[in-house]
Design a protein around this ligand. Structure first.
Ligand code: GLY
Length: 370
């Protein structure tokens, strides 16, 4: 078991990583259950996590009444409509500011639940129980919550930290391999952006992580969370530029996701993996990173079965079109967009001198390259 504190004045919490934690749920979440034992315990899940874990949850909390709010899997649940339904449901249950709502699912369930809890009666508590690798190593920690709108993904949201995060690596057993790889992209990201030794460990042990070897997976999750906790503690609201480093690969990736309609053609983690390769190659083109290191990053991505070549996606577009998607990025500062680039493996920086025209020309080259 690993317990990793996220140190934030007045809003500190622990991330607990324990194989089998879901079965021992009562032990872990005891302090977050309603004090009145006849009060409902609200769980938000999607149809998959409800089907898979309902029995485990209700067995572990057998002396409580668990109530479920169930959404369809996928980004569609991060909508005004579902948010309204969820907040109405929580109000009907009589949830107070002292209560906690439990988010059992991937990033969609966590983001939606977190946002609902941020605005319910001006803020009630919530506990994240992430069930995808991507949510376990990234989205469940750090308090970013949001829904999507017509104008784009995650454009309406707030920072609202969970009261606790409980990670059970056993639940990854049922995660489809493609989702596992997509989550692994975020694991790789921590090595590339700030921890060369972890990157080297992943070069050696990445296949074990993807094969869900218990020791490898626990080490990968714990190392990722420690890195994220340290960054969030330093720059909770992404103001100093430190937390922005977690967006490595996301600006390129977001443009690719937008171009493919945020669909199953390219999962978020796959877009981040390819975006990381593009960020590395662009850094090398600027002379910031060696070509050898850019190649090592591309190889690590490719070896894990993630996309490493934009040309292989068969997209019918040019660099200017991809850059147009970037202009809608919420990180745009006037006419410029800060890019997370690399000086070295394990050493990322925020570059504010990148011109979008130059990025478009670079992408034209990448689209034709292979
Ligand atoms: N997923 C990036 C962050 O939490 O800041």
């Amino acid at each position: 078991m690993a317990v990793i504190p996220v140190a934030l004045a007045g809003r500190s919490y622990d991330v607990t990583i324990e194989a089998g934690a879901l079965e021992a749920l009562a032990e872990h979440v005891g302090p977050f259950l309603p004090t009145r034992t006849d009060a409902a315990v609200p769980f938000v899940a999607d149809t998959n996590t409800h089907r898979l874990y309902r029995t485990a949850v209700e067995t572990a909390l057998a002396d409580r009444t668990v109530e479920w709010f169930i959404v369809e899997p996928g980004e569609g649940a991060k909508s005004w409509t579902v948010l309204e339904q969820l907040t109405d449901w929580l109000l009907e249950l009589g949830i107070t500011r002292a209560d906690h709502v439990f988010a059992l699912g991937g990033g969609v369930v966590g983001d939606l639940t977190g946002f609902a809890c941020a605005i319910l009666k001006r803020g009630c508590g919530f506990v994240q129980i992430p069930t995808s690798l991507l949510a376990q190593v990234d989205s469940s920690v750090g308090g970013k919550t949001a829904i999507n709108t017509r104008a784009g993904k995650n454009l309406i949201g707030v920072f609202h930290q969970p009261a606790a995060v409980l990670i059970d690596p056993f639940v990854l057993k049922t995660l489809p391999p493609r989702e596992m790889r997509a989550g692994y992209a975020e694991v790789l990201k921590y090595g590339v952006l700030g921890d060369a030794a972890f990157f080297e460990w992943l070069e050696e042990n990445g296949s074990g992580v993807l094969a869900r070897d218990p020791h490898a997976i626990e080490h990968a999750i714990a190392t990722s969370i420690r890195a994220k906790a340290a960054i969030v503690a330093e720059d909770e609201r992404e103001l100093s530029g430190r937390r922005a480093l977690l967006n490595l690969g996301h600006t390129f990736g977001h443009a690719l996701e937008a171009e493919t309609g945020f669909s199953d053609t390219l999962l978020h983690g796959e877009a981040v993996a390819l975006g990381m390769v593009l960020a590395a190659r662009y850094s090398a083109r600027r002379g910031d990173l060696s070509d050898t290191d850019a190649r090592r990053i591309a190889q690590a991505v490719e070896r894990s079965g993630l996309p490493s070549e934009i040309a292989a996606l068969g997209m019918d577009c040019d660099g200017a079109r991809l850059v147009d998607h970037m202009r809608h990025d919420k990180k745009m500062e006037g006419e410029t967009l800060p890019f997370v680039l690399l000086n070295d493996i394990g050493e990322a920086h925020l570059a504010r001198d990148v011109t979008l025209a130059n990025v478009a020309a670079f992408l034209d080259g990448q689209l034709q390259a292979h």
